[in-house]
Write a protein that binds this ligand. Structure first.
Ligand code: AP5
Ligand code: MG
Length: 213
């Protein structure tokens, strides 16, 4: 079964999905992470996606379908998959619906964070190029500046966290992704959780919502 974790860029989807995967044994699937892996490896998909992601725009539905299939290929029907970053428009939501029972969307959990906070988070976010661990320049810095606590990799700013790209991403969220929440609301699948506050308290709320499904 699939639980879609949605919310604006910077809402904390990746941070919370990582915690939930580690502690509860859910399977985290992030289309953003998968695309960044393609870019890093220089695959055909990565070559096409690279500049689109840098600008903060959406990569084509066709590519995303390939990425999604690739990511879901290894999940078993009994897995609880936390899907972070997909679907991001109505066509992607319809595609997901068409995948059949093994990939049924059980719930859509929306993390809600005000815009000003999103901007502050994204401008301060730093990410490990090695293992993908997420930090924040002031709120949650690595112990040694620029070096990942978990793997010793280099911690740097994501290219799409520059202000011009952040503005595009927030705009894309409002125009294309927010309607997806409405699409699922009409199916009675949406649960809202505040994404503001301590990581652990948000985690507890999310665990409660998902555990009750
Ligand atoms: P993607 O990687 O999915 O980026 P996003 O949706 O913009 O989301 P983010 O990863 O920026 O935010 P997040 O919610 O994961 O927040 P995080 O936990 O990191 O997508 C990137 C790109 O790939 C897209 O722009 C697009 O080009 C392409 N793409 C991906 N999927 C696609 C699709 N389906 N279709 C088409 N294109 C697609 O937290 C952010 C910061 O806040 C961190 O620094 C963190 O430490 C901090 N933080 C987290 N929680 C808290 C808290 N409670 N209090 C204070 N700080 C916090
Ligand atoms: Mg993320």
């Amino acid at each position: 079964m699939i639980i879609v974790l949605t919310g604006a860029p910077g809402a904390g989807k990746g941070t919370q999905a990582e915690l939930l995967a580690k502690r509860e044994g859910y399977r985290k699937v992030s289309t953003g992470d998968a695309l960044r892996k393609h870019v890093k490896l220089g695959t055909q998909i990565g070559k096409v996606a690279h500049s689109i992601m840098e600008r903060g725009e959406l990569v084509s539905d066709e590519i995303l379908f390939k990425v999604l299939k690739e990511e879901l290929l290894t999940s078993a029907p009994e897995d609880v998959v936390l899907l972070d970053g997909y679907p991001r428009n109505i066509d992607q939501a319809r595609t997901l619906d068409s995948l059949g029972d093994a990939q049924r969307v059980k719930a859509v959990v929306q993390l809600e964070v005000p815009r000003a906070e999103l901007i502050a988070r994204l401008s301060g976010r730093r990410v490990c190029g090695g293992c993908g661990a997420t930090y924040h320049q002031t709120e949650n810095p690595p112990t040694r500046a620029g070096i990942c606590d978990k793997c010793g990799g280099t911690v740097a700013q994501r290219v799409d966290d520059r202000p011009e790209a952040v503005a595009v991403r927030l705009d894309v969220y409002v125009r294309s992704t927010a309607p997806v929440v409405q699409y699922y609301r009409e199916k009675g699948l949406v649960k809202q959780v505040s994404g503001v506050g301590e990581l652990e308290s948000i985690y507890k709320d999310l665990r409660g919502v998902i555990g009750a499904l």
